[in-house]
Design a protein around this ligand. Structure first.
Ligand SMILES: Nc1ncnc2c1ncn2[C@@H]1O[C@H](COP(=O)(O)OP(=O)(O)OP(=O)(O)O)[C@@H](O)[C@H]1O
Ligand SMILES: Nc1ncnc2c1ncn2[C@@H]1O[C@H](COP(=O)(O)OP(=O)(O)OP(=O)(O)O)[C@@H](O)[C@H]1O
Ligand SMILES: [Mg+2]
Ligand SMILES: [Mg+2]
Lengths: 463, 463
């Protein structure tokens, strides 16, 4: 019998949780650590606090593989009345704005809560205080998965005597730590390269304790919310901006709703689209909107401003040198670019020799980062892997499978074009592909010159 | 400034459409063909009609890469008042039931509509009639992406003079046919192996016309909706079933809400969980529910019934032989198994020699199918690839990279554990992994025996 139904977003992601990084108990363990840590780092950075984060993993029942995780940070916390929704309503987030963060979907923390509750029947415990708050919030939460609403099991407030701010999260779940441990530690190690200003303490139930101490006290400038870059903005976004600009004439609309459009540029666009500068945008017909869209696809706007972004910069090269002690390192940071209105910056590095190993059979030494998150899984289909495999390395006299060479790619953007909801790898987005290729080629020329000069010197020595 | 927001599912998938198979104009073209054809095949099969499907791809504007697709089928169509929601409301579907179909998410058709409208501003055209309907429905539709509601641009009814039934869909979008053509044709070719009872006609704007004619008039039995298999059912599902069983005592609940539980099994479960057989399930406390859940994780229930599934069966081996003309073919179909309550069947084949090519550099000849859908992208991370790479093929004296050998895997289930919303590949789900491995090993022994016998004979000839 044909029965049509509508389901809620939480029901959808519950039914299809393999899509969100919870495909088996080992991956679930990794994903929970990742989602909680990334939330903590976002909160500290956006609040302007040098991150101090502690992660504890305990084993409640070995035979059942029942684990308990506790993550504590000194970030901005969450306002009391928002806490149930932040952890109990899927597609609810403070990161749906045009600015660089690790969070993007409004899903991660909630999937962790959901997975915990469906494997152990336990609520998650949230303890939080916002900076300057007189009280500390305490919640025990579940999700009503059918209705996508929080289910508050317990809530209370306690006096905040030590002026603490931040968030502590505790939850129990069925996970396979044995199979995920190596990847979790790799993730933490690479995180410390990307956030040298953070102090991260990790302790598991096997007696391991990892301390990644701060290497610098300098917090990068906090990214600011920005406007869309006009190049490549799609019709939906254009129409939404028109709808939220009642009574605005075209020139004011272009200047106020997009970055990098001044009065002169607005004039040129108006001429090219054959629309009066003072025409009220909510009165534009479908034809005129389409013409505007077509012009904005190809008009040579200036590069985006970067106040919404936070590249790794020098810290990337420093972190790589410290971690891998290469004989030689080439680092490059691209000018800002954009795709579909989203500003992004690509930075890459190629490291040679020193402690860089020869790659494993048929593999490449590739380290990928997106908005400072290390991507540890599924590199094969990542756009960076595609770029590297489609470059002809003979030109540079480099053998990427047999030389002690490692590639590092960081992409930062107001929207990372992930291919998966578990943030495993990045989609083959044409503008991003191009920027990675140009940056890697630039580094390749430099590394190639060094390697070949070295080979000439050694050859002369032999002679 | 920290601004919390909730967004609708359509807004979420619009913002993150790389996640749904729309990561660039070439992939978008492929995904649209795939989503429409899969909807048509589902409709024909579930309606009991031998599928006759036509796909036309035209080029409206070469420079803009604006394409128009038209797909026509003789399936069940959609009831008039449901059409706007079927194509205009994300997470709305007739396939949220426990039965095998290609559709599973309630997303595919809508993402196509969404993508068309944001790239060309055009609505999609839907023409449909249900079997026996006196009229034909005509709609032009868009999606209100912010609110996740259909936006009906035009609607009308016409007299159904020829007693037609089915659906015709027409939509315009920006796509790169050049870069996706090869994959589209591969997809159609492999589809014809999986559905030998379907007639598919495909015509593009470059003068290509592919006709995949019916090889059999025998439609497989229509899958029937079933109950969850009790093994591995998670807490959320258990609680939902309890909630929808008011006033039911435990024994009746177990027998009526799950397949493969008779009175005797219900009695044993009640003893193991230490809960009275006549206890009303809505009165169970959290402890009792947890005990029930724990028992159902490990109790040795009988294998699932297969009325909800439709494996390829003999047709798989026949199709492979016809398409690849191998020298030798081993085919195996596993007993039904289940994961998280979902019945599934794995069938595999290994083909050797004949027209099977030696694989490309570092690749394996692997053909993957899920619920009769050929999976063409991203095989590297697919569970089948993992299984094949983790088997030690020396034991079978087979070199999977250098012998003319090809692997075929079909998984059918009430829920395919896809890793991505574009249905590119299947997640590493432990029970599924195990079934694929056992099936491939069985075929490997047979193929190995054949190859080695052949080598002995050739060796003796040389001597
Ligand atoms: N440790 C934390 N400190 C402060 N706020 C937090 C913390 N963890 C979560 N939040 C808040 O809860 C919201 C929801 O978090 P969640 O992880 O579900 O989604 P997200 O981080 O916005 O996106 P993503 O799904 O990509 O992670 C966040 O946007 C943030 O506002
Ligand atoms: N050609 C068709 N004939 C009959 N019904 C159709 C057709 N195409 C779509 N439908 C109906 O519209 C619904 C929505 O289709 P849509 O592709 O969006 O989701 P789905 O097929 O249910 O799941 P998935 O996202 O996995 O494809 C289907 O469930 C089906 O009921
Ligand atoms: Mg998050
Ligand atoms: Mg569909």
């Amino acid at each position: 019998m044909i029965r049509f139904e509508e389901i809620s977003p939480s029901d959808f992601f519950y039914r299809n949780r393999e899509i969100t990084g919870f495909e088996n108990p080992a991956k679930a363990c990794y994903t929970i650590v990742r989602e909680y840590l990334e939330n903590s780092l976002d909160s500290c950075e956006l609040g302007g606090f040098l991150p101090n984060i502690e992660i504890y993993l305990k084993c409640e029942n070995e035979e059942e593989k029942r684990l308990r995780i506790k993550v504590a940070d000194n970030g901005m916390g969450i306002p009391h009345e928002k806490i149930p929704y932040a952890f109990g309503k899927i597609l609810y987030s403070s990161k749906y704005v045009l600015r660089q963060h690790r969070g993007i979907f409004g899903l991660g923390g909630k999937m962790a809560v959901l997975y915990c509750q469906i494997t152990t029947n336990k609520p998650v415990r949230v303890i939080s205080a916002t900076p300057g708050s007189e009280f500390i919030s305490y919640f025990e939460l579940k999700i009503d998965i059918v209705r996508n609403e929080p289910n508050v099991v317990k809530r209370s407030k306690v006096l905040n005597q030590d002026n603490w701010h931040g968030l502590v999260l505790e939850s129990e779940f069925i996970g396979d730590y044995l199979l995920s441990k190596k990847k979790i530690m790799e993730y933490l190690f690479q995180t410390s390269i990307a956030v040298p200003y953070a102090r991260i303490y990790y302790q598991d139930f096997e007696g391991n304790a990892l301390i990644f101490d701060r290497k610098t006290d300098k917090l990068p400038p906090i990214p600011e919310e920005t406007l869309l870059h006009p190049r490549g903005v799609d019709l939906e976004m254009l129409k939404r901006l028109i709808k939220t600009s009642p009574g605005m004439p075209l020139n004011k609309f272009l200047v106020k709703r997009f970055q990098r459009i001044g009065n002169k540029t607005a004039e040129e666009i108006s001429k090219l689209a054959n629309i009066e500068l003072d025409k009220i945008v909510s009165k534009l017909n479908e034809d005129e909107i389409s013409r505007l869209y077509q012009i904005m696809k190809t008009y040579p706007f200036n590069k985006p401003n970067v106040s919404s972004l936070s590249p790794l910069g020098e810290a990337f090269a420093i972190g790589i040198k410290e971690a891998f002690k290469p004989e030689f390192l080439a680092y490059d940071i691209r000018e800002p670019s954009s795709y579909e209105g989203h500003p992004f910056i690509v930075e890459t590095a190629i490291a040679y020799g020193g402690e860089i190993p020869i790659p494993e059979q048929n593999e490449i030494n590739l380290y990928r980062f997106a908005n400072k998150i290390p991507l540890i899984y599924d590199s094969y289909n990542d756009v960076s892997t595609k770029v590297i495999k489609e470059i002809n390395w003979n030109v540079y006299k480099i053998n990427i499978y047999q030389d002690p060479i490692a590639f590092f790619v960081h992409i930062c953007s107001t929207k990372i074009p992930y291919k998966t909801l578990g943030k495993e790898y990045i989609a083959n987005q044409p503008e991003v592909y191009r920027e990675i290729e140009l940056s890697l080629r630039k580094n390749a020329r430099v590394v190639s010159a060094y390697i070949n000069k070295k080979r000439i010197i050694e050859y002369q020595k032999i002679r």
